[in-house]
Design a protein. Structure first.
Length: 224
C-alpha cells in the first residue's frame, strides 16, 4: 500500500537542505554560514534561513557566536576533553536525580526510544539513531527535575551528537551495543538503586569519550 505524502513546510525543507549539506561535507565543520548567500543558493528568503538555523542550532549542527555569526559545529580534541570532563559528572547526576521522579510511563517512553535506536542501528540509519539517542538523553535530563542542569547539559551535549554524526566512522555493531547499554541504564532506573544507575551512566560515558577521541583524532595523535 502506498503511503500518504506528508506535507513539508518551507522551513523544514530549508532545514533538511542545510543539514544534508553539512552531513555530506559540502559545508565543512567550522565553516561560516552567511545567511544572505545561503538564501540565494536555496532560492528562499533570509528570514526562512534564519529560522532554519535556529532549528539546526537546537539540534547541535550549528553554533552561534557573538561577532562571528553562525558556523557549522566543530570540536577540537581539547574541546572534547573539556566537554566530557563536565559531562561525566553532570549527566550521571541527572540520572541519579531521575530515579526519584521516574514513573512506569517514563520507563516505557525510554524503552521505546531505545527500540527506535535498535531499528536505526540495524538499518545503519545514523540520523535516526542519533535523534532517538538524543531524545533519550533529553528525557533523562528532564526527569532530574532540575531545569538548570537540563540547560547546562543541553549546551554541552547536543553539539557533541551533531559533531559525531558528521564525523562518524563507527560500525553497525557499535550502535547496537550502545542501545544495549542504554537499556541497562533504564533497567537500573526501574529496578536498582540510584547509585547503580549513576555508575552505569558514568562508566558508559567514559568509554564513549575514549572511543570518540581516538576515532576522530587518531591521525593527529599518530603524527605527534
Amino acid at each position: 500500500m502506498l503511503k500518504l505524502i506528508q506535507p513539508i513546510s518551507k522551513k523544514d525543507q530549508v532545514v533538511a537542505a542545510i543539514k544534508d549539506a553539512i552531513l555530506s561535507g559540502d559545508i565543512a565543520p567550522g565553516e561560516q554560514i552567511v545567511e544572505s548567500r545561503m538564501a540565494h543558493e536555496l532560492g528562499s528568503g533570509i528570514p526562512l534561513v534564519r529560522e532554519a538555523l535556529i532549528a539546526l542550532e537546537h539540534q547541535g549542527f550549528v553554533q552561534k557566536t557573538p561577532y562571528k555569526g553562525t558556523t557549522v559545529t566543530k570540536l577540537a580534541p581539547d574541546d572534547l576533553r573539556q566537554v566530557f570532563q563536565l559531562r561525566v559528572e553532570l549527566e550521571p547526576l541527572a540520572v541519579e536525580w531521575a530515579k526519584k521522579n521516574v514513573t512506569p510511563a517514563d520507563i516505557d517512553e525510554l524503552q521505546q526510544l531505545i527500540k527506535g535506536m535498535e531499528r536505526a542501528a540495524q538499518k545503519v540509519d545514523l540520523v535516526q539513531f542519533y535523534q532517538h539517542d538524543l531524545d533519550w538523553h533529553r528525557k533523562l535530563w528532564s526527569l532530574s527535575g532540575n531545569t538548570y542542569l537540563v540547560d547546562v547539559l543541553e549546551r554541552l551535549v547536543v553539539p557533541l551528537f551533531a559533531f559525531f554524526l558528521v564525523k562518524n566512522k563507527r560500525e553497525r555493531r557499535a550502535y547496537i551495543e550502545s542501545a544495549v547499554v542504554h537499556g541497562k541504564i533504564v533497567t537500573a532506573l526501574r529496578d536498582k538503586s540510584a547509585a547503580e544507575a549513576r555508575r552505569l551512566m558514568k562508566e558508559s560515558l567514559r568509554g564513549w569519550k575514549d572511543d570518540m577521541i581516538q576515532m576522530h583524532f587518531q591521525a593527529k595523535y599518530e603524527n605527534q
